[in-house]
Each structure stands twice: as structure tokens, then as C-alpha cells.
Design a protein around this ligand. Structure first.
Ligand SMILES: [Zn+2]
Length: 423
């Protein structure tokens, strides 16, 4: 029998805060980044006694950018380099491939001209082909100020709190052993788990729609064109309330916590992070109270994820709900084009989730659904950005602003490692 890889993530928040879409969105961000890239953006995650690194998008400070290669051969060698461009003003990244513009260079040579420069004397030898296929906006003035950032545009962020050390309990003299995961540790436990991930299905009960309307639907609409590049399909199953696998797992944490509290392993626990740390220390792997070892949903890993109150301070609604959200319970973010995704946030919606040959990944051909009579016709709705909230990304807009505002020192080009098979 083929076993699924199953992991349980317990997201632990202080009870000072009412559950909101913000809680959900932060945890989903973390789950996606952890699965595909091996780190989190927000929470303090523990797996098998190891603390997972936390990162954010940005450019590492310090270190001069290398000079543009001086020879044609040197410039050609840069061709095909994967780059991320950091737009300082937007605090945003865009990624693509450098193309050495041989056509342009030979054109110049035939006219006996030197390359244009960007105003600071730097020649313009390169094109940049962006990931979203935006050919119209290939950027000629890219100078290959390439800096190696192996993380591909993400930089390390310190965790909010230090790990505990020393004695856990003066009664038995046991010591804390939680530690930060090293790159070798991560490799050893196969993290990231799904580096090739392109599609996910979120199957939830109706709880999500109770908080702040449908603000997370706006994110679903934009996920394929976002930095993580994962197409999200979100399916809300109201009849599934109380019948999801996760309902059982919620109960198991209560059991484990109660058992731990009654044991002499730990002193009396008080505080959300204290509970996360104690579980990470003492119950680093799934226990017998989880599902039977050989069931398809038997968890291989258990993750304790602590979310500090400080992370919740910036909660706000970014996107408008979509029309008839009570009726359309399955929605997929199909937009790969960052331009339209940013403004419109179009979702393909349906009454219920369909996984027929046409509807499922990779086709997503809803028009030719094989069971349309049962699931109904698909339609499109929009989750527009709320006015006044920060722009998530618009590549075209960023590019237009960039061309107006660019100054030497305000842009950086960072080389990423070449993508794995299939990109
Ligand atoms: Zn279908």
C-alpha cells in the first residue's frame, strides 16, 4: 500500500486573540514555504526537536556588487543566469533569467557605436526575461551586479525568542535539548519535503468563513503569481465539519498535553510558548494517541508552531470578499500573470470541489468538466485589493516605477541558484 506522507502542524496562539483570517493566512504561508523551501516566514516551528529557520524576502546587506564582465566572452558567460531583482522602493522581488543581448550588441557594433548607458556610465548589454513571460518589459539596462544569494531572495530572520537551555526541571535534573536545525539536519530529515510543489488543495470545514468573511480568498487568487508560485485550490466543506482528520488530531494534542502536565517530566506549564516548547521537547514525534501507524493518514511527523502576539498586531483586511461566497465553496487561483492578479484577484469558483480528469491538476479545464450536471458550471469572481493597503506585487507597475526611479545603489541584482528540473 502506498502511504501518504502526513504531518500534523499544531499552530499555537495566545488566547488573547480571537482566531482570524490572519491566523489562517500566516500558518498557510508557513506551511507552503516549509514544504517547498524548508523554512517559515512567521512562526517558530519545531520538528523532531529541531527549530526550523525563519526567513523573509529581501537582499542581504553588505558586500559590494561585482563589476560587469569586461569582455564579450565574460558577458556571454552570464547568459542564462537566474536572477532576482530587488526593488528597494517596493520592498519587492522579481525573478527571471538574464539574456545577453547579442542582437543588440551586434547592431551597435555594425553602427560603430558603444552600448548605451544608464546615465551613470554603465553599459546596457543585457535583457531580462521575467518569470511571468512579460516580454514587453524586458529590461535593457540591467547591469549584472550579481551577488550570490543561495537562498534565492530570502534572507535569514532571527527567531523572536531564544531557545531554552539548562535544566528543565530541578526535580529530575533533565536538560533542554531543543536546538536550531543546521542545513545538515534539514537534509537529514528531507526538508524541504516537496521542493517541486506547484499545486495544493486546501480542504477545510466551514470555520474559515466565520472569521473576517473571505479575506483569504484574495490570497488564493494571487498565489500562483506570488513569490511561492503555488496554485491554491481551496475547498470548504461545511458537511465535513467535525469529520476532518485534523479534528481528531486536535484532540490528541489535548491528550498529550494533559498527560505531560500530569507526569513529572515538566514543571507546571503556563504560557503559550511554554506549552509549544514542552511538547517539542517531550513529544517530538507522533505518539500512540495519534492515528494507527498503518492508516493512510498516520502522521510521520508532528510540528509544534508557536505564533507570538507581536505577529498578530498587523492584521488587516487586504482583499474584498467575492460575490456569493456562501454559495461557491470551491475556488482556485488560476492567475499566473502578476499584473491581473494584483488588480483583480480572479478566482474560478464552483459549488463544490470536483476532481474529475478535466477539473484536477494539471488541466484545470473546468469548462469541460465530466460531471458538470452534478457539480454545476464554473464561474469567475473577483477579490479586489482593498484601497490603501500595501501592494503585494505588480511586476509591470514595479517595472514602470523602476524605470522612472532607478538610481545606482537603489537596485541590486542577486543571482539565485539555477532552478532544479522543470524549473
Ligand atoms: Zn469536473
Amino acid at each position: 500500500m502506498t502511504r501518504n506522507y502526513c504531518a500534523i502542524v499544531y499552530g499555537l496562539f495566545s488566547n488573547d486573540h480571537k482566531p482570524s483570517a490572519h491566523h489562517y493566512n500566516m500558518q498557510l504561508d508557513d506551511i507552503l514555504h516549509f514544504m517547498k523551501l524548508g523554512f517559515t516566514l512567521h512562526g517558530e516551528w519545531f520538528i523532531r526537536g529541531l527549530r526550523i529557520p525563519r526567513k523573509r524576502r529581501g537582499v542581504a546587506s553588505g558586500g559590494a556588487l561585482p563589476e560587469e564582465p569586461a569582455t564579450v566572452a565574460g558577458r556571454k558567460a552570464v547568459d542564462g543566469t537566474r536572477v532576482s531583482i530587488w526593488f528597494e522602493e517596493q520592498k519587492d522581488f522579481h525573478s527571471g533569467f538574464v539574456r545577453y543581448d547579442t542582437e543588440y550588441v551586434s547592431e551597435l557594433a555594425s553602427e560603430g557605436k558603444a552600448a548605451d548607458n544608464d546615465g551613470d556610465g554603465s553599459p546596457m548589454h543585457y535583457l531580462l526575461k521575467y518569470d511571468d513571460g512579460d516580454d514587453e518589459h524586458m529590461w535593457r539596462a540591467i547591469q549584472v551586479g550579481i551577488r550570490n544569494i543561495t537562498s534565492g531572495g530570502f534572507i535569514d530572520v532571527a527567531h523572536q525568542n531564544p531557545l531554552p537551555s539548562g535544566q528543565i526541571n530541578t526535580d529530575n535534573g533533565k536538560l533542554w535539548s531543543l536546538r536550531d536545525a543546521s542545513p545538515q539536519d534539514l537534509l537529514g530529515i528531507s526538508v524541504p519535503i516537496f521542493p517541486e510543489m506547484e499545486d495544493i488543495i486546501e480542504d477545510t470545514d466551514g470555520c474559515g468563513s466565520q472569521f473576517q468573511g473571505q479575506t483569504n480568498a484574495g490570497r488564493v487568487a494571487r498565489s500562483a503569481s506570488s513569490a511561492i508560485g503555488v496554485r491554491r485550490k481551496s475547498s470548504i466543506s461545511v458537511p465535513g465539519h467535525g469529520k476532518n482528520h485534523s479534528d481528531h488530531e486536535g484532540h490528541t494534542m489535548d491528550c498529550n498535553l494533559k498527560e505531560l502536565t500530569l507526569s513529572n517530566e515538566v514543571p507546571v506549564l503556563s504560557g503559550t510558548r511554554e506549552i509549544a516548547l514542552a511538547l517539542a521537547q517531550h513529544r517530538p514525534e507522533p505518539t500512540q494517541t495519534h492515528e494507527a501507524k498503518f492508516s493512510p493518514w498516520a502522521p510521520k511527523d508532528v510540528i509544534y508552531a508557536f505564533y507570538d502576539n507581536a505577529l498578530l498586531a498587523r492584521a488587516h483586511q487586504q482583499f474584498t470578499p467575492y460575490k456569493n461566497s456562501k454559495f461557491y465553496h470551491a475556488r482556485t487561483g488560476m492567475q499566473k500573470d502578476a499584473r491581473t492578479a494584483e488588480t483583480l484577484g480572479t478566482l474560478n469558483v464552483n459549488r463544490i470541489h470536483c476532481a474529475c480528469e478535466s477539473c484536477k491538476a494539471p488541466l484545470y479545464d473546468y469548462q469541460n468538466c465530466l460531471v458538470k450536471k452534478i457539480v454545476g458550471a464554473v464561474t469567475q469572481v473577483e477579490c479586489k485589493r482593498v484601497r490603501g493597503t500595501a501592494v503585494v506585487t505588480t511586476q509591470t507597475q514595479a517595472l514602470a516605477d523602476f524605470s522612472l526611479q532607478v538610481r545606482k545603489g537603489s537596485k541590486h541584482v542577486a543571482a539565485e541558484s539555477r532552478g532544479g528540473s522543470g524549473g
